[in-house]
Design a protein around this ligand. Sequence first.
Ligand code: ADP
Ligand code: MG
Length: 266
Amino acid sequence: MAKIVAIANQKGGVGKTTTAVNLSSCVAALGKKTLIVDLDPQGNTTTGYGIPKRSVDVGTYELLIGEAEAKDAIRKTEFRTDVIGSNTRLAGAGLEMIDLPGRESRLRKALASVQKDYDFIFVDCPPSLDLLTLNGLCACDSVLIPIQCEYYALEGLSELISTLKTIRKKYNPYLDIEGVVFTMFSGRFNLTLQVVDQVKKYFGAKVYKTTIPRTIRISEAPSYGQPINFYEPKGKGSEAYMDLAIEFVKNNRPHEPARRRTKGNS
Ligand code: ADP
Ligand code: MG
């Protein structure tokens, strides 16, 4: 049974999609069966895996509004990871779902039928706290939070934390924090180190030891439709995401989704 991990932070441009694409690919490279769901209408995870957005005629949108089943939305890729793609059509789903039954748990229900086929299902959330992200956070066992090392990173973090609290209370009591990863890291700036210190104070052991450096290769890989471990297997970026994948997999051994844990065993 797959553990479902949402990659979320309502701030845009912090490296959610980059982390979603490259972490899922590196986890797959470690031999884990991996699916990634693009929950962002921008569809950058979709193109990051080399799938043209216009070719997604059955994707996350159809899943959410109940027009398709997960097995029909899954696309195989040459990168070991399967993808459920999206495009701008998904932007309409938020409004359309409002009147549908169980509007916040539609992704969870849709993924249930394929959960047995994977070790991990990653969900790349949009930069918002709307009904799409709510579906991501209700579907998942844990949330992985990328944080960009800049001053404004801390703004919005408290909002995210209070959203997670609300979701635990109302919808998904077992929602866990998978981990916090620093992205676009350049350790030589004082400010970066201050941000790291403050985040560590708050999240403690949840902060990954691996940090993702800022590199040109990481930013250009999506335009070639390839995860970094295929685009530049021996580069710094690939090395960092492989390290993160190793840490991620290690943290999940023995792997048992939080939702199925019995009381007192968490
Ligand atoms: P989000 O999904 O949170 O909006 P993205 O993953 O799309 O953020 O990243 C925002 C921008 O930063 C993109 O242009 C991406 O290529 C770039 N970027 C992300 N991580 C890195 C990195 N480690 N090094 C260089 N550029 C990066
Ligand atoms: Mg994104």
